[in-house]
Design a protein. Structure first.
Length: 163
C-alpha cells in the first residue's frame, strides 16, 4: 500500500573515541602504573610495618592506570541510525561489535538534558527513557535548538507522544 510519501532518509549520529583520545588514555594509564611502581615499589619490599599503607596506594594507583588502559582498548564507538520506526545502535571497539535496535513503542518518553561546563558553553543531548527503564542519551550537541529538533525527529520516527 502506497501512501504517496517518499520514505525519509535515515539520520546518523556518532559518538566516537578518536585515535588520539585512545592513545592518551593508554599513555596516561601506563605512566601511572610505571611511575607508581618505580617510585613506591621499593616501599613494599622488604616487608615492614609500613608495607600495608604503601600497598593500598600502589594497588589503588595501578587500578586507576589499568582502568585507563582498558578504556583505551574496549571503549566503544557508537553509531546511531534513526530510521522510520526504529533506532539502531551499532557499537564497536577493538575487541567486540554489538548491535541493538529500539523499535517504535519501546520508548516511554524523551527529554532534553543540559550538560553544564565550566570551561566551555553548555551542551545538550536528548535523554531517551525506554519502557524497560533503561535510559539512553544521544551524543551531545552544541545548541538547545538542535537538541529540540533531534528530539522532535526521534518522537516523530518512533511514534512517541509528546508529554
Amino acid at each position: 500500500m502506497e501512501t504517496g510519501e517518499a520514505p525519509r532518509q535515515d539520520d546518523h549520529l556518532r559518538s566516537a573515541y578518536s585515535v588520539s583520545a585512545r592513545a592518551l588514555f593508554a599513555a596516561v594509564g601506563a605512566a601511572i602504573i610505571l611511575v607508581v611502581l618505580y617510585e613506591l615499589g621499593r616501599a613494599l619490599w622488604p616487608v615492614g610495618w609500613w608495607s600495608p599503607f604503601f600497598a593500598i596506594i600502589v594497588g589503588g594507583s595501578c587500578w586507576i592506570g589499568a582502568k585507563l588502559l582498558i578504556a583505551s582498548v574496549v571503549g566503544a564507538d557508537v553509531r546511531w541510525t534513526l530510521g522510520d520506526g526504529e533506532m539502531r545502535f551499532d557499537r564497536w571497539s577493538l575487541l567486540r561489535q554489538q548491535t541493538e535496535i529500539v523499535r517504535a513503542g519501546e520508548v516511554a518518553r524523551t527529554g532534553i538534558k543540559t550538560h553544564e561546563w565550566d570551561s566551555r558553553p553548555d551542551t545538550f543531548s536528548v535523554s531517551i527513557r525506554l519502557r524497560s527503564g533503561q535510559v539512553v542519551d544521544t551524543p551531545e550537541v552544541d545548541s538547545k535548538e538542535r537538541a529540540e529538533r533531534l528530539q522532535t525527529e526521534i518522537r516523530s520516527r518512533l511514534l512517541v507522544d509528546p508529554v
